[in-house]
Write a protein that binds this ligand. Sequence first.
Ligand SMILES: Cc1ncc(COP(=O)(O)O)c(C=O)c1O
Length: 456
Amino acid sequence: MDIKMKELQLESDDKRYVWHPFTQMRHYIEEKPLIIERGRGSFLWDIYGNRYLDGISSLWVTVHGHCKEEIDRAMIEQIKRISHSTLLGLTHPPAIELAGRLVKITPEGLNKVFYSDSGSTAVEVALKIAYQYWQQKTKEPSLRRKFISLKNAYHGDTIGAVSVGGIDLFHGAYQPLLFDSLKVESPCCYRCNIEKTYPSCGIECLLHAEAVIKKHHHETAALIIEPLVQGAAGILVSPPGYLRGIRELCTRYKITMIADEVAVGFGRTGRMFACEHEDVAPDIIALGKGITGGYLPLAATITTDEIYNAFLGEYDEFKTFFHGHTYTGNPVACAAALASLDIFDKEETLLKLKEKIDFMQSGLKRFWELEHVGDIRQKGFMVGIELVSNRDTKETFPSEKRTGMKVIMEARKRGVIIRPLGDVIILMPPLSINQKELEELLCVTFDSIQCVTEKK
Ligand SMILES: Cc1ncc(COP(=O)(O)O)c(C=O)c1O
């Protein structure tokens, strides 16, 4: 088959055989698919050799860029030894070493690492651990069977994670399958549900959270939160003090606090973990996405000794945590994660990031010139630019106009890959991106928004 034929075959086979996630396939198959063949640094190349800037870190995971030599090498070295061995009753050096490293870098008190393989499973594990912890903590069966979560929350797509989700578009269809989760207001300042303005509001949404917690703490196993940023809801950045306030409420009312750092962990917000910004130590942390530098599926749920100890007992007490995925703690993924952590140290990734965050922040100011930009939200290297039909009233564009989608297709024509969440344009570049590439990302995004929203 000649080269051109091979490419056409791939395109038709993709439409014929592949069901893409979060994708309306009826529309997808009408377009020419973009087939990515290789990557290096901040860039991706398609099968025709066209180059694209990876403006969303291949779904928020690529930390040090694509084909990072040190990670490639660590994985190859590991593959030469062994590619997979189970953690069910056995162990292996990369899982042991990585667990120790994770305990050292995560907030104080998180000492026991349970591996899985995606953000959703890390959350699922956290929920099940919290539930079982309360059931086993005392001799009497506990009444604590509920969870508290936030409106607008996204914690993944498995049924437990969906139960604590709060985005109707993604979660509504499964409602009858879900377990009870009590919802508190989202700390979203742009569209504040209690119609207050920060900082004069004094973070009044915390009072709402307190009312729910106060009423239900006796029957609640855990509260789960995306620290600082509700990512999938459109980069909703919570006001300073909110996370700390939630920690204090969980402590006061004695409920387990789960921090879902799947999206915000590993440097995304400018610190290794978002909880660090407010000096918060959760009882359970869920990690995924950037943990391997964006190379392989791996996730970790880390708990305190207090929680772990409630699972210890004789075999016939059945206190074991009966959970474990086949590829849990895969050695090649753990080797990639260790290499990624080494790069954080060696290249001072977080130190260098500060300047890039500032650069991005000043570059984003220009976006206010665009009349349909309603809000610009940034926390570290997470950016959401919300497009509205009317900036004064915050009225949204009709969803059938697919404004966000049109913007990202314009950006694609200009050699940049980004993704919208509704009409919020998300920028989430690799932490390793350089200033020139950042400039390109900002310029193309600006032009694409302008082209779509100001077309006469
Ligand atoms: C906060 C948060 N939790 C969990 C998940 C689910 O992770 P995964 O897609 O790896 O299952 C995501 C994914 O975007 C997320 O943003």
